[in-house]
Design a protein. Structure first.
Length: 292
């Protein structure tokens, strides 16, 4: 998904009522969304990326096109087939806590052309298929093509999640957060592994770090969160962790090395405001990591 994102910085939660405020420098708008964030992160690290998405026949889509050209991301596989492009509003406070409001418009009923997906998938080392509805048919086509599939299903409360079941079941690399899991992350990952036999499972735990499960080693490993610079906004931290892991795992095949680099990448990213800001090149990441 690509959406147009507006962020608002506040002093603290809960937000008290005021008829008017003037947060100078505290309101920013940019192109974002999980698909865009992942594509930009991967491209910044050094990958060649083809971004498939759906936008609206509105003025916002023109802003998106201009931004993507500026960032040198291909637009050949982005189609305009809905009335309005999804939008989000994110309220955040000092220290990074945030509240996200996402208006998906009518994108959950939209379909992506299968032939265009197959054309884009040819020659790709991995397919990052985010859990938006129009990605669902792509899972089955990707398996037919014997492609490695990576998915972030975000917050799960049960291994039997009806909406995300297709994504969980077809993913070789599966990411999620511990938002609805709490301290039971390891048991939750073990149950996912037992049911779905994913190659890799990562549960992002925010300031508590991340838990990695590797099927071939039948091993769990905890990775501490890093602190490369002060936190400004944690929006997009999970997208950054996910994208960097996929980049390094496809490149090296080493899940443990990939997790260390992904942790550093995400740590640096949350020192910026906005889901699509704060990404490092691989070279810059190695330089930062060497100082940790």
């Amino acid at each position: 998904m690509i959406n147009f994102e507006t962020t608002l910085k506040i002093d603290k939660f809960p937000l008290e009522y005021f008829p008017v405020t003037y947060p100078f420098g505290g309101v920013n708008s940019t192109v974002s969304g999980v698909g865009y964030n992942a594509a930009l992160a991967l491209a910044t690290l050094g990958a060649r990326v083809r971004l498939l998405s759906i936008t609206g026949v509105d003025d916002v889509s023109s802003v998106i096109e201009a931004q993507m050209k500026k960032r040198r991301i291909e637009t050949d596989f982005i189609i305009k087939s809905i009335q309005s492009t999804p939008q989000s509003v994110i309220v955040f406070e000092n220290g990074g806590r945030r509240q996200i409001h996402v208006d998906l418009k009518d994108i959950q009923a939209a379909l992506y052309p299968p032939d265009l997906f197959i054309k884009a998938a040819e020659g790709c080392d991995a397919l990052v298929l985010c859990n938006i509805n129009f990605s669902r048919p792509m899972l089955f086509e990707a398996k037919k093509m014997n492609k490695k599939i990576a998915t972030d299903v975000h917050a799960l409360s049960s291994p039997e999640d009806d909406y995300n079941n297709d994504f969980i079941r077809h993913s070789d690399i599966l990411f999620l957060s511990d938002e609805h899991i709490g301290d039971g992350a390891r048991d939750f990952a073990a149950e996912l592994a037992r049911r779905y036999s994913n190659e890799i499972i990562v549960i992002g735990r925010g300031a508590k770090g991340a838990l990695l499960y590797v099927k071939k080693d039948n091993a769990f490993r905890h990775f501490d969160a890093l602190n490369l610079r002060p936190v400004i906004n944690t929006i997009g931290a999970g997208d950054a962790l996910f994208s960097a892991f996929v980049y390094f795992y496809v490149k090296t095949g080493d899940p443990y090395f990939s997790m260390t680099r992904a942790s550093a990448f995400a740590s640096y990213k949350i020192g910026a405001n906005g889901g699509a800001e704060g990404f490092l090149t691989e070279e810059a990441l190695e330089e930062k990591f060497s100082r940790v």
